[in-house]
Ligand binder design. Structure first.
Ligand code: NAP
Length: 280
């Protein structure tokens, strides 16, 4: 197969193809449609016909097989599980045309692996998304492959902005990103669970405790984003001398909660590296 054109002038015209419309694929599809992309400019492929029919019914989107979807597309977005990636690449390898951008949302699959499974010279972008994309508050980190230029990165960025924020990072940091924002929502939910339990321990009805904690989290996150203040400054504002907050924070320090967070995220980063190396 010949060297592909990666210049902007070589970009193909055609729909965006989302291959694998499970949880993340549907999230991206619905975000794109809500952000104004016409439904006839997107096609999807799915392994199970029942799932495909459900998505056509819900969004009116056309469903094709992997090879047909990839052969007509200007951009192919791979949203299959990491263990299904080799099969998906094999399906599209012969079909993909020069100039097609390939964007992968699969955790731990490197741009080198993607490039090795695609025609020589294919521009690829690797993405680590997170689940708040479901409510348009996702955090995605994107890294360019070998044959990716500024226009390709900008296109991937625009695509992902339909369901949240996007940062560009060198690929070597993708394991760290996985540990922080990829897995991050789970740590926050864990803290929320613990605080709700604490409310119940202190005698609050569970529903009340839940409302107090969720709104406090939402308010604190909004303050961080809107004031742009350092978290230490915001925390000090609620920590009066010898007060209640200081009594609680002292306990968190005594129980080494900050150190536990550092160790936990190191463990996630290391696990991400192991998985990427195929050491499941
Ligand atoms: N950082 C995060 O929080 C995060 C969150 C979600 C996803 N992700 C990444 O996003 C990717 C997708 O995850 P997901 O949660 O959306 O998984 P999912 O719900 O299982 O969706 C994957 C979909 O792709 C389909 N599929 C599998 N092989 C296929 C093939 N060869 N051709 C066409 N369709 C195929 C699957 O069909 P079947 O149902 O038949 O298997 C399924 O519907 C993963 O690689 C994951 O690493 C990251």
């Amino acid at each position: 197969m010949g060297e592909q054109t990666t210049s902007d002038a070589g970009r193909r015209q055609g729909p965006l193809a989302v291959l694998g419309a499970g949880v993340m694929g549907e999230t991206l599809l619905s975000g794109l449609l809500r952000s104004g992309r016409p439904v006839d400019s997107v096609v999807i492929s799915e392994r199970r016909p029942q799932r495909a029919a459900e998505l056509t019914e819900k969004y009116g989107v056309q469903v094709l097989d992997n090879a047909t979807a990839a052969s007509g597309a200007s951009t192919v977005v791979l949203v299959v599980k990491p263990q299904d990636m080799a099969a998906a690449l094999a399906d599209v390898r012969e079909a993909i045309r020069p100039g097609t951008l390939v964007v992968s949302l699969a955790a731990g699959i490197t741009t080198a692996t993607l490039e090795a499974g695609l025609p020589q010279g294919t521009p690829v972008v690797r993405v680590m998304p997170n689940t708040p994309a479901l409510v348009d508050e996702g955090m995605a980190a994107i890294s360019p492959g070998e044959h990716c230029d500024e226009a390709h990165l900008a296109e991937a960025e625009e695509l992902l902005r339909s369901c949240g924020r996007v940062v560009r990072i060198p690929e070597q940091y993708q394991d760290a990103v996985t540990a922080i924002s990829g897995s991050g929502p789970a740590y926050i939910f864990y803290v929320v669970e613990a605080m709700i339990e604490a409310g119940v321990l202190l005698g609050l009805p569970r529903a009340t405790s839940t409302e107090l904690v969720v709104q406090t989290l939402y308010g604190a996150a909004t303050m961080l984003r809107e004031t742009g203040e350092h978290p230490t400054v915001l925390r000090e504002q609620v920590s009066s001398p010898a007060g209640t907050t200081m009594a609680a924070l002292r306990q968190l320090d005594d129980h080494k909660v900050r150190a536990a967070f550092l160790t936990a995220m190191e463990a996630a980063r290391d696990r991400s590296r192991e998985l990427a190396a195929g050491d499941g």
